[in-house]
Design a protein around this ligand. Sequence first.
Ligand code: NAD
Length: 454
Amino acid sequence: MDILKRQREFFMTQQTKDVSFRKKALKKLQKEIISREDAICDAVYADFKKPKFETLATETQFVLAELKLVLKNLELWARPQRKSATLMNWPSSDWIYSEPYGAVLIIAPWNYPFQLALAPLIGAIAAGNTVVIKPSEATPNTSKITAEIIEAVFPKEHAAVVEGGIEVSQNLLAQKWDYIFFTGSTNVGRIVYESAAKHLTPVTLELGGKNPCIVDESASISLAAKRIVWGKFINAGQTCIASDYILVHKSVKEKLIDALKQNITKGYGENIEDSPDFSRTVNQKHYNGLKKMLEGEEIIFGGNTNDEDNYLSPTLVNEPKLDSTLMHGEIFGPILPIIAYETEDDIHKYIMNYGKPLATYVFSNNKKFQKRIINNYSFGGGAINDTVIQITNKKLPFGGVGASGMGAYHGRTSFDIFSHQKAIIKKANWLDAPLRYPPYNLPMKLVKKVKHLF
Ligand code: NAD
């Protein structure tokens, strides 16, 4: 592929190794995003009626905050880090150099179509790589404006967008990249991992999962409901870290359901279809999949649809069966199943039924219970007494584990994942300690006893 060849040649010119060159490009990107912020909001709206406030908060301002942090800290992050020497290599000065991998491929999904293409790009460019982004074909308007922005800011040999669907993605994956950053479903993540393995290309896989939201009997129910409803129905439930299902202690289940219903109506009004604050499902295929999940289920709130607009209202489902389509995989839409539990063993059975999720939430005022959930289960990240907000702190790494992915990014972590950590020892010549050379005359007892040999 011509673009990869051009990027490789450009990388070899060493220009991207210069931190001021990277900063200049990122500043230009910052300017371009600021000047086209309204157009980006319009594009995302055209794709799935995402409310402007949500696009500002979760796409453009999110990306601008990432840029600001990187621009402030890049010199510090990119500087070689000195480490103390060991007795074995003394006298020397020991260093870690952060070295760009080279040509990076970023494959993005549709659900936060601007943020999930741009945030990894910022890390990759900051670390000195060249980048090709493949945005999602499911959000064509955002894909187009992303391509325009990148073209306005970067020469193609530094960063470029290749638009298209699965075939384009597969053609890109067949090439030999130096790093692949993929955000999307677990199934496609497997395909990406396999393609990368052929070339031994390192990957970050940001995947999905079935995220439990646990509400125990000690929880502050009305506040819990407010925070669950916000995190679940923002972006019409098409959020990788949204609560997938609720496990609620049976003694507070009815109270929680009432509070959930109240909060949905408070946020989106009686006629949610008319609310300017509620997105649509991204396309007909996904919409039909969600409708199918509702077949045979006990809908206790919502379930309203409009086929012309891929509209599915916020929907609560009571006690779905474990073997139902709804409880089979990630829902990724505005449907929230509610399941009562009695004991912690019940919670355990549910959680262990699925791969490690991207997020887990616990609403509880019982510190010991909170601690048990955090310590006993493996998941990407999460929150106590809230949902989704763990993504907002750029000092925290964002990523999955097991079935929900590998590797993490945001802030400093983004710089680090797109950098190879190269260990260098600068050896002094004024002394050449004889202890490592044969014949080995050092008494064995001493070898075992000497501290800091390594
Ligand atoms: P997807 O896996 O269908 O598509 C993602 C990207 O992969 C798209 O660009 C698409 O063109 C490409 N693609 C699709 N099929 C392919 C194939 N067979 N071969 C090669 N490339 C292919 O995901 P999606 O539907 O766009 O996004 C939703 C999924 O992404 C959900 O599972 C969600 O949880 C996950 N997600 C994860 C995160 C995270 O940060 N962990 C963030 C957002 C979304």
